[in-house]
Design a protein around this ligand. Structure first.
Ligand code: NAP
Length: 197
């Protein structure tokens, strides 16, 4: 068994990422905003290696994936000691029912998320594809489906990229967390479904 990945958010994206991880030998601790009992059916569907936990327990893993609405990141500040923790931000900065977007000037949406998780080594990834496309087999057309990564900590980005490769996707490094503007919602790389040959 490879390492355990914590996932905060057990909706469309959280479950989709969990399925890829489990298929490739990772253990997954998955959580939502409620008690773990509420995820009984979800972990049964995900199968062996999936465990329902609290968000605080999910945050104990070496790599923690945030698959929650962007605005919810601000509720996680005191969940754990985020210092040096590798956190993957899969969110897009929608804040309303009609895809209304948060306005934070010229910064990247993940820079705001990182501020809510002090000291974390944040990597943006998994946010560009609709979950039904992300769910598909990443090996396609003799290549691998692309997932963009951006972040300021090279080592964290390396570990996340290794995980992305292990589950069959092709990580493409865009550079800093600020460069993540390219991959965030409405950025030029958002929604691109690319295959790296
Ligand atoms: N859907 C897509 O195709 C897609 C694609 C790329 C990126 N994204 C991004 O991924 C994120 C999640 O989207 P989604 O479609 O997966 O949403 P979703 O299906 O509504 O699921 C959201 C999940 O987050 C959990 N959650 C909310 N607040 C939480 C908190 N404070 N602590 C712990 N868990 C919390 C919810 O749990 P409860 O049920 O307990 O509230 C739920 O399990 C969003 O930022 C979205 O922009 C989505």
């Amino acid at each position: 068994m490879k390492k355990t990945i914590g996932i905060i958010g057990a909706g469309n994206i959280g479950k989709t990422i969990a399925a890829h991880l489990l298929k490739n030998g990772y253990a997954v601790n998955i959580s939502n905003s409620k008690l773990p009992e509420s995820l009984k059916e979800t972990v049964a569907q995900l199968g062996k290696g999936a465990t329902a936990v609290t968000a605080a327990e999910a945050a104990e893993a070496d790599i923690v994936i945030l698959a929650i609405p962007w605005l919810q990141a601000q509720t996680l500040t005191n969940l754990t000691d985020w210092k040096n923790k590798i956190v993957v931000d899969a969110s897009n900065h929608y804040i309303g029912p009609d895809f209304q977007m948060a306005d934070f000037g010229d910064r990247a949406s993940s820079e705001i998320v990182q501020e809510h998780l002090p000291g974390s080594r944040l990597v943006k990834a998994f946010n560009t594809l609709y979950f039904k496309i992300l769910a598909q087999n990443p090996a396609e057309a003799n290549g691998h489906r692309v997932l963009f990564v951006s972040g300021d900590d090279k080592e964290a980005k390396g570990q996340v990229s290794d995980m992305i490769k292990t589950i069959g996707f092709a990580p493409v490094d865009l550079g800093s967390l600020s460069a993540g503007k390219l991959q965030q919602a409405k950025g030029p790389l958002a929604l691109l479904n690319l295959i790296q040959l």
